[in-house]
Ligand binder design. Structure first.
Ligand code: ATP
Ligand code: MG
Length: 897
């Protein structure tokens, strides 16, 4: 039975029992906890967590999944793919254990003729949670065991009791949890020993897991250690069946790499390598890795992932590179993805038609990555081989961490590749050493960035200051505060005082100033003393954690350590800073609403009136899309959505669906800023307006590419947005005044004017040419005889282009005829730049007079150079005053010839 058919049967079975079919979510989904969707329930999380009420009581889906943890298992076990499809049926407070078990049994053992999967009931085994493992379930899940006996008539020896690891499930955050029950199919004695899944999981293959969410959990400490607060008022069902696993059983093949959606890639790899699949275990693993990774890569790229060095991009890079490398291990040196990717696409497109439409983009990314990897391999392999040889010479069994680091740092050699290639040569790699160096490098980069901002004061000075306590941060509460001066720093060293005209840094015990972070620029304002010192605040940074330093210019007076000051943030500045930061969140939410959840922010910057945001996206946005984003954003402003901030733990924030930036580190307690509740929910330490309408207006001003797979969108907010629009309007009205039409006719009219202009230019060119040529008759008369050669050197006056000069000299050459040798030159200067063209006839060339050589003489006289063929050549110079001299020199050269 084809995989696509099993999928159809699944969906129609559950549709037949009143489940709503929900399409697969993309692999990159709105969940900062997850690199990729890894189970069918992921898109339904908000319903299970009670954050949103489900629109249906029953749902079913076939969800695309990627499990990166399974990457090492690929090809070695028979049942793990990095990409796979999980069939799921879900009940939200509707049917529970009995309904789930009844339907599962019916589908698994129902006859194929009647739409079932047709497994032999005698081959089916199940597991349930065993007794004595969890305090709140002392008997385990005997309820499920009883249902399996009753509904399926399973004998007790085929109902095995199992541990918490496999048969209890929760989300790792406070919320629902419960026991689960797994369904296995016995593949037969030839695949392993008797004894059920407890004994052998390769012979007894898990196809389906039924999760019974029955309890409310709090304080999750680990998989098996958590508190139960009570029974869930409404119990849920979440199940997951491995589509590929069922396919390999029903297709009578030995593993999931041999099913119809995967095997064709192996076949092509066999042809390319000239080797047979099934002949050698080591090679078979490589074949399977190739087929699995090519498919996973294809599906990831289809969902917008592009190769990179971090996070999702790195997983994709690793998959594609491992596929290429496995092909090399099979002896194929030529580009492999160009052959394999189209095959994978062809077998997957039955279920995912978008693959065909998008294949141009996908294949371009994949082939470029293979190319890049091939270059890396050439450079890195040589270096690695040398390092390995040296290590072996020394009798070492490990490759030093710094070698692996150098390979990574200089040649972009991925560490796992170094590990693999070293292992092939019998060496280990000092991973710890490598990791230490990587961490050091990262720290250095961060310290560099900090040093730049904190005026290169050594961290010691700052740490010293902080030892007297952190700066109290008042930016969320107030714009002015009384404070005292903790320390003054100039050029990285403590000073007792700052005086008029000096620039330096001030640390206060408390401050209302916002220090630059999270993309928001620092506040501006003044710091004053009662004695009349006035200091302008130009920048505010956190040189070390907990300490805030203000960069100031002393406008008047003097400031000493210990002095009492009044610190005032410029209120206008702050209002606009809030507008810009809230505007950034609004644009982010609007982007995701219009483009989908994959358009995740990767960086941002905002300052009063202006914001920009970088996000993951592959193509430029059309004008319509930009307008739509602008419209969604401005609608959100008009709706006057409330903006609020709350503190919570990171897991709580994640459970609430708050967007966090990947690769950022967050404290225990995080601040979550919401605009309109769940519409925009981000981890953020910035300052914000209280209501979205206070942003005023928002207008997109630009959209551009910033590296592969990343776009930048820029916008103006508040008064700056209005001023921008006003400027544009003024421009339009000025233009319509100039052109003399109403604004809405402007673009038509300008179009017409431009067309007319082009036509006029063409006419002028034609007339000029005619004028140039019309002189030709008279010019012929001015030809001279130089030792039997007809020589015609003509200064055409300024502004005649190279094309016209060429036409002129060939015309003149024609008029002079072929009886006598003749040489024609014409020169013109456009501005200061003279151009010279020379033509010779056949008789002249027979005499050895070559245009290419003659033009050099002329061009050199003009202060330049030239060249060309024997019959026609062109040159240029920079000194238009030498035109007649140039012609004279050519004439003389003819005389010498
Ligand atoms: P295993 O122990 O075999 O790795 P699992 O316990 O991780 O499986 P679940 O998380 O319960 O599996 O996922 C539900 C179903 O999804 C499994 O019953 C199986 O059929 C399928 N499945 C899980 N991981 C994979 C994978 N890497 N490749 C293919 N199918 C998988
Ligand atoms: Mg697993």
């Amino acid at each position: 039975m084809e995989t696509a058919e099993i999928r159809r049967r699944w969906l129609s079975f559950f549709e037949g029992t009143d489940h709503t079919v929900v399409p697969s979510a993309p692999l990159v989904y709105d969940d900062p906890n997850l690199l990729f969707v890894n189970a069918g329930m992921v898109p339904f999380k908000p319903y299970f967590l009670g954050q949103q009420s489900p629109p249906w009581k029953r749902a079913t889906s076939v969800q695309k999944c990627v499990r990166t943890l399974d990457i090492e298992e690929v090809g070695k076990t028979t049942r793990h793919g990095t990409f796979f499809q999980m069939n799921g049926n879900f009940s939200f407070g509707d049917y529970f254990k009995e309904g789930a078990i009844r339907q599962a049994w019916e589908l698994v053992t129902g006859s194929q003729a009647e739409g079932g999967l047709g497994f032999d009931p005698d081959k089916v085994w199940v597991t349930v949670l065993g007794p004595g493992l969890l305090p709140h379930l002392p008997d385990g899940d005997e309820e499920a065991a009883a249902l399996w006996r009753e509904i399926a008539g399973l004998p007790d020896e085929r109902i095995q009791r199992r541990g918490v690891e496999d048969n209890y499930w929760h989300m790792g955050v406070p919320g629902p949890g419960g026991p689960c029950s797994e369904i296995y199919v016995d593949r037969g004695a030839e695949y392993g020993p008797d004894g059920g899944p407890l004994v052998d999981e390769e012979r007894f293959l898990e196809i389906w897991n039924l999760v019974f969410m029955q309890e409310e959990l709090s304080a999750i400490r680990s998989k098996a250690d958590f508190d139960v607060t009570g029974e869930l008022p409404s119990k849920n069902i979440d199940t997951g069946m491995g589509l590929e696993r069922v396919a390999y059983l029903l297709q009578g093949v030995d593993n999931l790499y041999e099913i119809d959606e995967v095997y064709p890639v192996i076949e092509r790899a066999e042809q390319m390598s000239g080797r047979d699949y099934g002949a050698d275990h080591g090679a078979d693993v490589q074949f399977r890795v190739v087929a699995d990774h090519v498919r996973s890569g294809l599906m990831l790229m289809s969902d917008g992932v592009t190769p990179g060095n971090e996070g999702r991009g790195y997983v994709l890079r690793r998959l594609l590179r491992r596929a290429v490398r496995s092909m090399r291990l099979l002896g194929v040196q030529d580009p492999a993805l160009t052959e394999l990717l189209p095959i994978s696409k062809d077998v997957m497109k039955a279920s995912y038609p978008e693959l065909e439409a998008d294949f141009g983009r996908i294949s371009q990314i994949a082939y470029a990555e293979e190319e890049a990897f091939r270059r890396t391999l050439v450079a890195g392999t040589t270096i690695l081989d040398l390092a390995v040889d040296k290590a072996k010479e020394r009798g070492a069994t490990t490759l030093a961490g710094d070698q692996a680091f150098a390979l990574h740092d200089t040649y972009g050699f991925p560490i796992d590749l170094t590990l693999e290639m070293a292992a092939e040569q019998g060496l280990e790699v000092d991973r710890e050493g490598f990791t230490t160096l990587m961490t050091e490098q990262r720290e250095r980069a961060k310290a560099d960035a900090r040093a730049k901002k904190s005026g290169h004061a050594s961290t010691e000075v700052w740490r010293d200051l902080r030892d007297h306590g952190p700066t109290e941060f008042l930016a969320y509460e107030t714009l002015t505060a009384e404070a005292s001066v903790r320390g003054l720093v100039v050029d990285g060293a403590r000073v007792p005082a700052l005086t008029q005209g000096q620039r330096g840094m001030i640390v206060l015990d408390r401050t209302p100033f916002y220090a630059e972070s999270g993309g928001q620029t620092a506040d501006e304002g003044v710091i004053e003393t009662a004695s009349g010192a006035v200091l302008r605040v130009r920048d505010v940074q956190r040189p070390v954690k907990g300490l805030i330093a203000h960069t100031v210019e002393v406008e008047s007076g003097e400031l000493t350590e210990g002095a009492g000051v009044n610190a005032q943030v410029d209120p206008d500045w702050r209002v606009q800073a809030c507008q810009a930061h809230s505007g950034t969140h609004v644009v982010h939410a609007a982007l995701r609403q219009v483009l989908g959840p994959t358009a995740l922010q990767s960086g941002s910057y905002n300052k009063p009136g202006y914001l920009r945001l970088d996000f993951a996206w592959n193509s430029s946005l059309s004008r319509e899309t930009r307008s739509e984003i602008e419209e969604v954003a401005n609608l959100a402003l008009r709706q006057d959505l409330p903006v609020s901030a709350a503190y919570m733990t990171l897991p709580e924030a994640r459970a609430a669906g708050a967007l966090a930036l990947f690769g950022e580190t967050y404290d225990e307690q995080v601040r979550v800023v919401e605009i309109g509740g769940p519409w925009s929910r981000e981890l953020c330490g910035g300052t914000h307006v209280r209501h979205s309408s206070q942003v005023g207006a928002l207008t997109l001003t630009g959209e551009s590419s910033v590296g592969s797979g990343s776009r930048r969108i820029e916008a103006l907010v508040g008064m700056d947005a209005l001023r921008y629009l006003a400027r544009e309007r003024a421009l339009v009205s000025e233009l319509s005044g100039l052109v003399g039409v109403r604004p809405e006719q402007l673009s038509d009219r300008v179009g017409q004017v431009l067309t007319r202009l082009k036509e006029a230019e063409k006419e002028i060119a034609a007339m000029r040419q005619a004028a140039v040529l019309s002189d030709a008759g008279a010019l012929v008369a001015s030809a001279q005889d130089v030792k039997g050669v007809t020589w015609l050197g003509h200064d055409a006056g300024p502004g005649v282009g190279g094309d016209d000069l060429r036409r002129l000299v060939t015309d003149l050459r024609g008029r002079l005829g072929e009886e006598r040798p003749s040489v024609v030159a014409a020169v013109s200067a456009a501005g200061d730049r003279p151009v010279i063209v020379i033509a010779t006839n056949a008789a002249a060339r027979e005499r050895g007079l070559k245009a290419g050589q003659l033009v050099k003489i002329g061009a050199q006289a003009l202060g330049g150079n030239g060249g060309g063929k024997d019959d026609l050549a062109q040159g240029g110079g920079q000194d238009a005053s030498q035109i007649s001299e140039a012609l004279t020199q050519i004439g003389r050269a003819l005389g010498r010839a």
